[in-house]
Design a protein around this ligand. Structure first.
Ligand code: F6R
Length: 345
């Protein structure tokens, strides 16, 4: 853990995951990519690209997943996410590859970065430093402040990934200051809600949550699962509608036996067919003896909904960790695994 004072992270206690998560809205506006970086992305997009490939692992992959979920419908080119050592064959010279690694030292990400280089794709790097920063060109690198756990740095990385993808796709830039203001207001209201992060954590304490999302909330369901795994060190699953209605629903009879609690991430933007699907799915589960939780956040935009729900569920994972008596900050097994693999390399 890096204890140095970093201007952009003013007010964040780097020894506390709760503090990092509480400052989510501030981290979203702590450090914008500079105009040179975004201009390069805009010019790359205007020159005509075949697609955008977002590379990263774990906490550094989620910004790309959320961004893809939000911008895919509007983008004129395909957006891929890669969590692996190499890129799909289709990615070539006329692709933009956005490589995200908080540490800059993640094996799979470095390998995919080299793969993108060998294919002569246009590369954009978002990192705090490490080997990735040494290998990247400064004009195409956005450096984010060090000291956080990568998963807690999601808003820092998101605030670079989202405008980069917007610029590459020729979309109008979103005002993230406004989004941060909404997130702050939402968090202030948590205490007044019947279902605050702590009440949700209490309900999930003795069970296995199954987060179920639709469309832009599918990556949020995945993020919630990962945050419960990494922060609370306990089992969680994620799934998506409508697909789960064609397979997983048959497992509903066993949910009680395994203490599975479905948590539906509901959107204010559900089309009527989707709203009905959520409601009927919940009724079917109830008929199988399994009551679901429905989580809703009222906001004006898909982006605000995605990030406000992420913030809420990130805090739920911290609350759950505290209830289970584990330190949400430590990820000893991930660190051990990385060390072992590096020693073998
Ligand atoms: C740790 C965490 C991990 C890392 C992952 C990749 O907080 O969330 O999932 O994000 O191991 O490491 P980086 O982000 O440094 O590329």
């Amino acid at each position: 853990m890096n204890g140095e004072r970093i201007l952009e992270l003013e007010g964040v206690d780097l020894t506390s995951m709760r503090s990092m998560v509480l400052r989510f809205p501030e981290l979203l506006v702590a450090k914008k990519p500079d105009s040179r970086f975004l201009e390069r992305a805009r010019r790359t997009g205007e020159s005509g690209i075949d697609g955008i490939c977002l590379v990263g692992m774990g906490g550094s992959s989620i910004a790309g997943e959320i961004c893809r979920g939000l911008l895919l419908d509007q983008s004129s080119v395909p957006i891929l996410t890669v969590k692996n050592y190499s890129l799909p064959n289709a990615v070539g010279r006329k692709w933009a590859v956005v490589v995200v690694s908080y540490s800059g030292d993640t094996e799979e990400t470095l390998s995919s970065f080299e793969d993108a280089r060998s294919r002569r794709a246009t590369i954009f790097v978002i990192t705090t430093g490490g080997t990735l920063a040494k290998r990247a060109q400064s004009a195409s690198m956005h450096v984010v402040p060090k000291g956080l756990q990568p998963r807690a740095a999601l808003p820092l990385m998101y605030s670079a990934v989202h405008p980069t993808v917007e610029a590459l796709s020729g979309l109008e830039a979103t005002d993230l200051e406004r989004v941060a203001t909404t997130l702050r207001q939402q968090a202030q209201d948590w205490g007044a809600r019947a279902d605050s992060p702590s009440t949700l954590a209490e309900k999930l304490k003795d069970s296995i949550p199954l987060f179920i999302g639709w469309k832009h909330l599918v990556p949020i369901a995945y993020r919630a699962k990962c945050q419960i795994n990494e922060n609370a060190k306990t089992v969680a699953f994620h799934s998506e509608l409508p697909e789960a209605d064609h397979n997983e629903i048959e497992a509903a009879m066993s949910y009680g036996r395994h203490s599975v609690v479905p948590v539906f991430l509901r959107s204010c933007f559900e089309e009527s067919a989707i709203r009905r699907r959520f409601d009927v799915t919940s009724e079917v589960l109830s008929g199988a003896g399994c009551e679901s939780i429905h989580l809703r956040i009222r906001t004006d935009s898909l982006l605000e909904e995605s990030l406000a729900m992420t913030h809420f569920l990130d805090m739920t994972s911290v609350d759950l960790a505290e209830r289970l008596g584990v330190d949400p900050l430590r990820v000893d097994r991930i660190a051990h695994l990385k060390k072992e693999l590096a020693a073998d390399a």
